[in-house]
Design a protein around this ligand. Structure first.
Ligand code: ADP
Ligand code: MG
Length: 706
């Protein structure tokens, strides 16, 4: 049984419930607006906003009508000039005039009878189209509207233009949208009246109607459209629904009271003084923020956001030490085998020096190993465990998990995030992400998760020199690599991302490894995503140990790998990578005290955007700047790996223009849940309608489940 308020039923009805949408049209609408397994609904039509409008307002005269722009004129038909019958391809010309001059309407391949019917001599007509110059004369070829005055009066002064699909014209879509609008009920107001008034925002239904029936084209296209109160209102509704849903999830996670998850600080201090380096100011700050959360009996839900190489792992380790101090266990989850193993190797000596036990578990454990780890976690003899998602499978039971640290957050979905919290009682959650998510995007996806930012790199890091080189100069690059290797450098060589299939990527990497072997022999290693895990590790280990000096790879090294001696990176076909991805890749070098070089090989000629993007990489190492720029150049979609245009998860809001509404929505959502946690007040009921309207109703289910 759906809990959806009945008032929304007409909107969630299939588009076929609208008059005029028959078996021929329905599949077209589904293709345009449906999703796999879900036909287009009335709601989808309503949210399919026009991308622009054609001005049909009668203004001006024939004499003054501008060339090349849409004009609508009131004219009288004065003459017909059919082409000679012998030349059937010749155009049929109809001369029309107003008080200021005349102009020819030109028709090709149109039955004569139809033209004569449409434009009888002496008749008054409203025509709409573009005037062009031909052979020194002004003419209008195939006017897109020819109407008598009565029909013209019924035409909206701005005709909306919709994204269309084959067989389904903008005009047809407009007709169905019109019917859909008539079926849209007035919904209870879910926004605060004062806030609406202050912004001069219309009611939901009025906003929707206004966008589909604009009075000026500028209301729905161009920069003025961004500020249109109707559009802003709907964007805010959508953003607000998502923030409210996130706040509901968070409220549930916090409903069970937390426990104090930090002891006297003894272990943390011991760990700190055993580190071979002092913490950066940013690390100190993050450690303190995390500790405050853990000491308090509120559950922690914190995002640790830090650029590559900013030193997140050690912050995570110190947090885990706090949990162990409090007599509980801690877990760190990494997205790949390589990373889990690397974290484990790093942490093991430090953790064991404190007399604690640490274990590793991945999908590749032998059964006996895995049983031992599972037993150790259950009886509490293991204090800290590092692993892949294997950690959170059923069957893994902790004696008392106090903290879950998730590394490289963006690879995990919401479900996995929630699954963590369920592995123990009042588990604190710390997610670490190296993807420099712009503030607005973080807010949109994580809601009011608390955020700690590492905005400072460890001291002594050398800047990375980044160079753009045409692939035609490959020989020079190879020679340069040879010199670097002779000086003792280790080199990453990243192969092109072809995208279509991993097999093609792989072939390219294998081929490159082969050509490099002809020069460097056994010093060349290869690692790629299709390798069995153990081989992958072995290849990485040989590289870390310096047995191989040049590691050719597909993008599997993207995340987290830390080899201080690696100071050169070559990225082939850099123009095919996203900026954020290039930044992640480049972050694998520049980790030690030696200067590093990144060579971005491209295949020219480069387009304007591609060039701007690569130059951005050369100019800065600031991940936040790069991410903001990436956002601007490509839209947010691709940053998160989805190729949809616009903002993932949003239909109406666009973070580039509506990002400012996020914090307002978050604060408002928080406030509302403080006052009305179960959404039972009158406004609460209206807000439930909003959640269903934007299909964020998962949050409502949480309410019901209590
Ligand atoms: P990331 O944030 O990319 O996960 P890591 O945690 O892997 O970064 O740290 C990168 C490298 O910097 C590691 O070798 C780590 O030991 C080192 N490191 C971390 N913090 C500091 C510091 N305060 N001073 C010097 N080196 C540090
Ligand atoms: Mg890391």
């Amino acid at each position: 049984m759906s809990l959806r308020p009945a008032i929304l039923d007409p909107l969630f009805a299939p588009a076929t419930s609208l008059p005029g949408v028959g078996p021929k049209i329905a599949p077209l609408l589904d293709r345009l607006l449906g999703e796999p397994g879900r036909p287009a609904r009335v709601l989808d039509l309503l949210f399919h906003l026009p991308t622009g409008g054609v001005d049909r307002a009668l203004r001006g005269s024939i004499a003054e009508a501008p060339i090349g722009e849409q004009v609508t004129l009131l004219v009288t038909v004065t003459d017909h000039q059919p082409g000679p019958l012998s030349r059937s391809k010749a155009p049929y010309r109809v001369v029309v005039e107003d008080g200021t001059g005349d102009i020819a309407l030109v028709f090709f391949n149109m039955p004569r009878a139809r033209i004569q019917n449409l434009l009888p001599i002496g008749a008054q007509r409203v025509i709409s189209g573009k005037i062009e110059m031909w052979d020194g004369r002004r003419q209008m070829v195939h006017p897109d509207r020819v109407l008598d005055e009565a029909a013209a009066a019924a035409l909206p002064s701005v005709e909306p233009v919709y994204g269309q699909t084959e067989g389904l014209t903008s005009r047809l879509i407009a007709r169905y949208v019109g019917v859909a609008l008539e079926r849209t009920p007035a919904l209870p107001e879910w926004q605060d009246a004062a806030w609406l008034a202050r912004n001069r925002w219309p009611a939901f239904r009025d906003a929707l109607t206004g966008l589909h029936r604009p009075a000026e084209p500028g209301e729905i296209s161009g920069e003025t459209a961004e500020k249109n109160p109707a559009r802003r209102r709907l964007a805010y509704d959508e953003i607000f629904a998502s923030q409210l849903a996130l706040a509901l999830v968070r409220a549930r996670m916090r409903r069970k009271p937390g426990r104090t998850n930090a002891g006297d600080g003894r272990l943390v201090e011991a760990l700190k003084s055993a580190l071979p380096f002092p913490l950066t100011g940013a690390q100190e700050r993050a450690v303190a923020e995390i500790r405050d959360d853990m000491v308090s009996d509120k559950r922690m839900l914190r995002l640790l956001q830090g650029d590559v190489g900013s030193g997140k792992t050690v912050v995570g380790l110190l947090a885990m030490a706090s949990a162990v101090e409090a007599g509980r266990q801690a877990a760190m989850m990494a997205p790949t085998e390589i990373l889990a193993r690397q974290h484990f190797e790093r942490l093991k000596p430090m953790v064991e020096a404190l007399g604690l036990t640490i274990a590793l578990t991945t999908g590749r454990d032998r059964a006996t190993e895995r049983r031992a780890v599972i037993a150790g976690l259950e009886n509490g003899s293991i204090n800290i465990v590092v692993g892949t998602h294997a950690l959170f499978q059923e069957g893994v039971v902790f004696r008392d998990l106090g903290l879950a640290v998730v590394d490289e957050q963006h690879r995990f979905g919401v479900h996995q995030r929630l699954a963590l919290g369920d592995k123990g009682e009042a588990v604190d959650v710390l997610v670490m992400t190296a993807t420099p998510i712009p503030r607005t995007l973080a807010l949109a996806h994580f809601g009011d998760m608390d955020i700690s930012i590492l905005d400072e790199k460890p001291a002594g890091r050398q800047p990375i020199a980044t160079k753009l080189i045409s692939v035609e100069r490959l020989d020079e690059v190879v020679a340069g690599i040879g010199r670097a290797v002779a000086r003792g450098a280790l080199v990453y060589w990243v192969c092109p991302l072809v995208g279509e299939s991993e097999n093609i990527d792989l072939a390219a990497a294998e081929e490159r490894a082969e050509t490099l072997r002809q020069v460097f022999g056994d010093a060349v290693g290869l690692v790629h995503g299709k390798m069995p895990g153990r081989e992958k590790d072995a290849a990485m280990e040989r590289f870390i140990a310096g047995e191989t000096k040049i590691l050719v790879s597909t993008t599997v090294i993207e995340v987290g790998v830390d080899v201080a001696r690696a100071t050169v990176m070559v990225i082939e076909h850099a123009e095919r990578f996203g900026l954020a991805q290039l930044h992640q890749l480049r972050g694998r070098i520049g980790r030690g005290a030696d200067a590093s070089t990144c060579l971005l090989l491209y295949k020219g000629p480069l387009g304007e955007t591609a060039k701007a993007r690569l130059e951005m990489m050369r100019e800065t190492e600031d991940g936040f700047r790069i991410a903001e720029e990436d956002l601007r150049l490509r839209g947010e979609g691709e940053m998160l790996g989805s190729r949809q245009s616009g903002t993932p998860g949003f239909r109406l809001a666009r973070l580039e223009t509506d990002g400012d509404l996020l914090t307002v929505a978050r604060d408002e959502a928080r406030l509302i849940l403080e006052r009305d946690a179960e959404l039972v007040s009158e406004r609460g009921a209206a807000l439930r309608v909003l959640l269903y309207l934007f299909e964020r109703d998962a949050g409502v289910k949480l309410l019901r489940a209590g």
